[in-house]
Design a protein around this ligand. Structure first.
Ligand SMILES: Cc1cc2nc3c(=O)[nH]c(=O)nc-3n(C[C@H](O)[C@H](O)[C@H](O)COP(=O)(O)O)c2cc1C
Length: 234
C-alpha cells in the first residue's frame, strides 16, 4: 500500500467484525510497531494482546464503566474532550463529539465481539511522546493488513483493575498508555477529511504569519484531472 494512502485513510474504526486476526498478521503489526522511534532507543514498551473470551468479558464491563465516568466528566465540562481548540466553533465541536459518541456506543455495546485488544504499556513515556509513534505504526501496519482499530484511553480510569487482570509488574514502572481495539472493519476506509486545513493550523516564522501556501482539499488521492492548485499566499 502507498504510504500516503495509509496516512490519509487510517481512520479510527469502532465497528469491527468478530473474525479473529491471524497470528501472523498480528506479528506483522507488532513487528512494524517496534521499529518506531523512541527516546534513546530504550524501548521501554510492552504490548499485551488479549483474545481470551472470558478476559475480554471482564474488560467489557470495565470499559463500559470507565466510559460512563469519562462522559460524566465531559458533560460537566471537564476532561480532555470537553473543550474545542481555540477559535473552533463550540457547536461544531459538540457535533463532532456527538458522532464520536455514537460510534463509541457501538464499540462499547459490542465490546465482547472485538477479536483483539492490544494493551500498550510504557515506562516514563514522556507525556505519550515516547509511545505514540509505536502506537501509530501499529495502526498504520494494521491498515496495510486490512485491519481496523481504535485507540482508546478510557481504561486508564481504572488502571489498577487493568493491571491486576493482566498481572502488570507495576513496581517496575509500567503504566498503561492506551488500549487498541482491533478487528476487520464493518465499514469502508475513507480519507480523514474532517480536519482543519494546513493553512489554518500552520504559520511560518511567526505565530500570526501565513504558512505560505493554501491547501484547499486533501492532497490524496491524486486527482485524475488537473492537479490541485496550491495557492501561494503572503
Ligand atoms: C490520544 C488519543 C486518545 C483517543 N482516545 C479515544 C478513546 O478513548 N475512545 C475513542 O473511541 N477514540 C479515541 N481516540 C480516537 C479519536 O477520537 C479520533 O482519532 C478522532 O475522533 C478523529 O477520528 P478519525 O481519526 O477517525 O478521523 C483517541 C485518539 C487519540 C490520538
Amino acid at each position: 500500500m502507498d504510504v500516503y494512502e495509509a496516512l490519509y485513510t487510517t481512520r479510527m474504526m469502532r465497528r469491527l467484525r468478530p473474525d479473529p486476526i491471524p497470528l501472523d498478521t498480528q506479528a506483522r503489526i507488532l513487528d512494524a510497531a517496534v521499529r518506531a522511534p523512541n527516546g534513546g532507543n530504550t524501548q521501554r514498551w510492552h504490548f499485551v494482546a488479549v483474545d481470551d473470551p472470558k478476559l475480554k468479558g471482564e474488560f467489557a464491563q470495565l470499559f463500559r464503566q470507565a466510559r460512563a465516568l469519562e462522559y460524566e466528566k465531559f458533560s460537566s465540562g471537564t476532561g480532555p474532550m470537553a473543550v474545542a481548540a481555540p477559535g473552533v466553533d463550540a457547536a461544531a465541536h459538540a457535533e463532532n463529539m456527538r458522532r464520536i459518541k455514537g460510534s463509541g456506543n457501538y464499540l462499547a455495546d459490542h465490546f465482547e465481539e472485538i477479536p483483539l485488544l492490544l494493551f500498550v504499556f510504557a515506562i516514563d513515556d514522556l507525556g505519550g511522546a515516547n509511545i505514540y509513534p509505536a502506537i501509530w505504526s501499529a495502526l498504520l501496519a494494521a491498515r496495510a493488513e486490512g485491519v481496523g482499530g481504535v485507540m482508546t484511553m478510557v481504561l486508564r480510569n481504572c488502571e489498577d483493575k487493568v493491571n491486576e487482570l493482566l498481572g502488570v509488574p507495576v513496581e517496575q514502572g509500567w503504566k498503561m498508555s492506551a488500549m487498541l481495539a482491533m478487528g476487520y472493519p464493518r465499514g469502508r476506509w475513507g480519507v480523514a477529511a474532517n480536519r482543519l486545513p494546513v493553512q489554518e493550523v500552520s504559520s511560518r516564522n511567526h505565530w500570526d504569519a501565513p504558512f505560505g501556501v493554501e491547501v484547499p482539499q486533501p492532497l490524496w488521492p491524486p486527482q485524475d484531472g488537473p492537479e490541485t492548485v496550491l495557492t501561494a499566499v503572503g
